[in-house]
Design a protein around this ligand. Sequence first.
Ligand code: BGC
Length: 374
Amino acid sequence: MRSKTLAFLAAGLGTALTLTACGANQATPPASGGSSDTASSGGGIPVGVILPETATSARWEGFDKPMLEAAMRAKGLDPDIQNAQGDVQKFTTLADGMISQGVKVLVIASINSEVGTAVATKAKARGIPTIDYDRLNLGGSSDYYVSFDNVKVGELQGQGLADALKDKPGAQVIEIEGAPTDNNATLFYNGQQNVLKPLYDAGTLKLVQKQAIDGWDNQKGGTTFEQILTGNGGKVDGVVAANDGLAGAVITVLRKNGLNGKVPVTGQDATADGLMAILRGDQYMTVFKPIKEEAENTAALAALLAKGDTAGADALAKQSSDDTKANRKVKSVLLEPKLTTKDTVKEVVTQGYVKASEICGGDLAPVCSQLGIS
Ligand code: BGC
């Protein structure tokens, strides 16, 4: 059982620092994915969805929200999708509101396991089934979980970095990890270590320092990276950044030091900003998680649960995830993430997640035409 936690990484550099304010990645609506305007509102079974944040990744508002909306409408549901903006109080208030509105199912992508668990407990007491969405609440009580194979996500990041540094024996690596309170961040870290630890142990790569970033705070990721870089005499050969938002903050610091494009950086979420950084050569890879499939599986599960069809739901959620705190298995749908480098950015466009026009402007126009992205 690989359940190291990121908590130990959180100590140390976690204090607030003020240096560069790096542009947070911006949410860009996907080319596909419907909107509530197109569907007849008012009809369907009421379902509540609470998303965790906006600033930690462009995915939540840019991909998850419109894709969940479209998938749920297609299943005859009437979704109320809200974002807690990283505020646990707001998360709770939103949940209370949805529960008293009489939603038939509650889908939660929680800010941390405590608030997610508290909400699931309340819903359960009212007979409302809950689905953990993307992030598993440790110690929680949801009967179902829909996400990606998150250890695999980390392995793809580790593999990406190892590939990029294969001709640089002894390359020095800095790891900027996600929030210690997000079980996914722990799984990403564990996956990365499956690939990188043997390389560190053999001296093929050298770990300078690893640091978890509270709340996936992109700006804090940048300032923390800058501190580590300075502490290492300005030397770095590769960076594990747990998602595209953190990668963007790291790249801002690298650029300040004339190192962007020379130091491979990993990412995740295939955001427009991340893809542009890849096309520009500043970021080596991202992990493309087909969120449309995550949304569609969640909608299918919610539709079954709303009708009390647990046999149908169980047939859909055939995989299982470990809740290491409650020591239980949670029925799951775990989808496959994909490694995306410059050569495969096109796939994210052809699948409708971003439009060529969003990522191919200005200096990137010739790069896109060379790669056949239009
Ligand atoms: C998600 C990532 C996202 C991160 C920050 C994780 O739980 O799986 O896709 O980048 O949270 O929002």
